[in-house]
Design a protein around this ligand. Structure first.
Ligand code: HEC
Ligand code: HEC
Length: 325
C-alpha cells in the first residue's frame, strides 16, 4: 500500500498542480513505518507450512534447538531469536526482518565476502546464541529462510523500508559513561534483567522470561549487540520492554548509549568469547564502534568502543573510508 502511494504520487501531482494539501498528506503517508504481512495471510500449502514452522523457530528457538532442544541441540544458550528480533522480527526499529530476504546474498564485512541469508542466520546461531551452525539444507534452516521470504514478500529486491534499521542517535561529545549507565540500569532495567544481568528463566527453565544481558549465558563478544552503538539504538527504541517504542522512547540518547556501555563493558562484565574465525579481516570495513584493532585510523580501541564517535566518523569521511555501525 505504501508503495502504491509512492508510485502514484508523481502522477497525481503532475495532473493536479495547485492542490498542496494532497501531496503533503501523501508525503506523510509515504513516511509511515513499514507494515509486514499479517500471519493470517500465510498460505495453506507446503510453503505456508514451512513459513509457520520458521516463525515458531524464531519464537521458540531454545525449545527446538537449545542445549536441550527437541529437534537439534545447536544453541549454546537458551535465548530465542525473538528476544532481539522482537515480535518474531516484525517490530519497527526492533531488529526486524522486514526487508531482510530482499537484501541477501549480500557483502558482509565481518567475513569480507558475500553471504547467503542462510549463512547470515548461522552467524546469529554462532555468536549471540554461542552455538554451532545448523546445516544449510536442514529443515530448520529452510523454514527460517521461508519465514523471512514470506515476511519480505512486498519488499522489492535490494530495497529497504522505513523502520527496518536501527533508530538514529545523537552522539555525545564525550566517551560513553558506564558508571552513569549503571545508574540507568538500576532504575530502568534491573527489575527484569536482574541485578547481575543474569535474566530470569521461565518456570521450567527451558528459556527466559527475561533474557540475560551479560555473563556465561548471554551473547558472545563479537556479536553485534556487544557493540555500544548497535545496542544503544536497539535499547532506545525498545527498552524498557513494553514501555518504550521507537516513537515514544523512555531513555534519552545519552542514557541509551551509557547503559549500552555499562552492559558491554568487558572490564566489569564477562560473556562468552568466540573461538576461532577472524572478524573483519579487511580492517577498513570495521564498524566504527567495533573495539578490536587493528584499525584503519589512529583512534584507540577505547575510543572505538566508547566514543566520542563523531571524530572517528569525521576522519573516515575525510579519508573516504566506509562509515558503518
Ligand atoms: C542477542 C541478540 C540476537 C539474537 C538472540 C539473535 N540475533 Fe540476529 N541479529 C542481531 C543483531 C544485533 C543483528 C544485526 C542487525 C543489523 O546489522 O542491523 C542481527 C542480524 C540478523 C540477521 C540479518 C538481518 C538483516 O536484515 O540484515 C539475520 C537474518 C538474523 N539476525 C537472524 C537471527 C536468527 C534466525 C536468530 C535466532 C536463531 C537470531 N538472529 C538471534 C542480534 C541477535
Ligand atoms: C519489563 C521488563 C523489562 C525491562 C524493564 C527491560 N527489559 Fe530488556 N527485555 C525484556 C524482554 C522480555 C526482552 C525479550 C523480548 C522478547 O523476547 O520479546 C528483553 C530484551 C532485551 C535485550 C535483547 C536481548 C538480550 O538479552 O540481549 C536487551 C539488550 C535489553 N532487553 C536491554 C534492556 C535495557 C538496557 C533495559 C533498561 C533500559 C531493559 N532491557 C529493560 C524485558 C525488559
Amino acid at each position: 500500500m505504501i508503495l502504491s502511494v509512492f508510485f502514484l504520487f508523481p502522477a497525481y501531482s503532475s495532473c493536479s498542480g495547485d492542490k498542496p494539501s494532497k501531496p503533503i498528506k501523501t508525503a506523510v503517508e509515504r513516511e509511515a513505518v513499514h507494515t509486514p504481512p499479517d500471519t493470517s495471510t500465510i498460505p495453506d500449502d507446503e510453503f505456508g507450512e514451512m513459513v509457520r514452522y520458521g516463525r515458531s523457530l524464531v519464537l521458540n528457538t531454545a525449545y527446538y534447538m537449545g542445549p536441550e532442544g527437541a529437534v537439534r541441540k545447536n544453541l549454546g544458550n537458551k535465548m530465542n531469536c525473538t528476544n532481539c528480533h522482537l515480535d518474531a522480527g516484525t517490530r519497527p526499529y526492533g531488529l526486524n526482518f522486514f526487508s531482510t530476504h530482499a537484501r541477501y546474498p549480500q557483502y558482509r564485512a565481518r567475513e569480507n565476502r558475500i553471504l547467503t541469508l542462510a549463512e547470515r542466520v548461522n552467524n546469529c546461531i554462532e555468536r549471540p546464541h554461542n552455538g554451532i551452525a545448523i546445516p544449510l539444507d536442514s529443515k530448520e534452516m529452510i523454514a527460517i529462510v521461508s519465514y523471512m521470504k514470506w515476511l519480505s514478500e512486498n519488499v522489492p529486491t535490494g530495497t529497504r523500508v522505513k523502520g527496518d534499521d536501527g533508530i538514529a542517535l545523537v552522539y555525545p561529545n564525550r566517551p560513553a559513561d558506564p558508571a552513569h549507565g549503571e545508574q540507568v540500569y538500576a532504575t530502568n532495567c534491573a527489575s527484569c534483567h536482574g541485578k547481575e544481568g543474569q535474566g530470569l528463566y521461565n518456570l521450567d527453565s527451558t528459556t527466559y522470561t527475561y533474557p540475560p544481558l551479560w555473563g556465561a549465558h548471554s551473547y558472545e563478544k563479537g556479536s553485534s549487540m556487544h557493540r555500544v552503538l548497535k545496542a544503544a539504538r536497539f535499547i532506545k527504541a525498545n527498552m524498557p520492554h513494553k514501555q518504550a517504542s521507537w516513537d515514544k522512547p523512555v531513555l534519552t540518547d545519552e542514557e541509551a548509549i551509557d547503559v549500552a556501555a555499562f552492559i558491554n563493558d568487558d572490564r566489569i562484565h564477562s560473556r562468552p568469547v568466540k573461538g576461532g574465525g577472524e572478524n573483519y579481516p579487511n580492517t577498513a570495513r570495521k564498524p566504527i564502534d567495533y573495539d578490536e584493532g587493528p584499525f584503519p585510523d589512529t583512534f584507540s580501541a577505547f575510543q572505538h568502543k566508547f566514543g566520542p564517535y563523531q571524530p572517528i566518523i569525521d576522519y573516515h569521511e575525510k579519508k573516504n573510508l566506509p562509515v558503518t555501525f
